[in-house]
Design a protein around this ligand. Structure first.
Ligand code: FES
Length: 145
């Protein structure tokens, strides 16, 4: 191998190593993105497979015809929660921010359990009852936004 080829291949190897080192760091800076599962409400219930939590603890669910998402979370203890992502201040759609939910309109923040962490919102997020049935998670929708 000639000296020029050796230097060229060494530089390429260094670039690949650097890219492999820095890419995970860069991806940590990107905004949190989640896919949204569009569902029907049948007999006041939403049914989603428990397997949809195999790779994530948070699934956004959008009932057909609704403006708001529901944040369905698998907790550390194996239970599930379903929070309506409607800000309790002036009804803006909330977005997940990695450790809770944020309102871009006036800056309210809610923790993962729906408690207000920062106002102007003053009230806990609407929470729907959940239970599991075979391999499905059932969310009871007794009140629509
Ligand atoms: S609507 Fe969310 S903080 Fe005002």
């Amino acid at each position: 191998m000639e000296r020029r080829d050796f230097i060229k291949s060494s530089c390429n190897a260094c670039l690949l190593l650097a890219a492999g080192y820095f890419l995970p760091e860069l991806s940590g800076c990107s905004p949190v993105k989640f896919t949204t599962l569009n569902t029907d409400i049948i007999n006041h219930q939403i049914t989603i497979p428990v397997s949809s939590f195999a790779a994530t603890n948070l699934q956004l669910v959008r009932p057909k015809g609704w403006y708001y998402n529901i944040a369905v979370q698998k907790k550390d203890n194996g239970n599930y929660s379903a929070l309506l992502l409607q800000c309790t201040h002036q009804e803006n759609q909330l977005t997940p921010n990695g450790n809770g939910f944020h309102c871009s309109l006036h800056g309210s923040d809610f923790d993962k359990d729906g408690n207000v962490r920062k106002g102007p919102a003053e009230h806990h997020l609407e929470e729907y009852k959940t239970f599991t049935d075979n391999n499905n998670l059932i969310i009871e929708i007794l009140k629509t936004p």
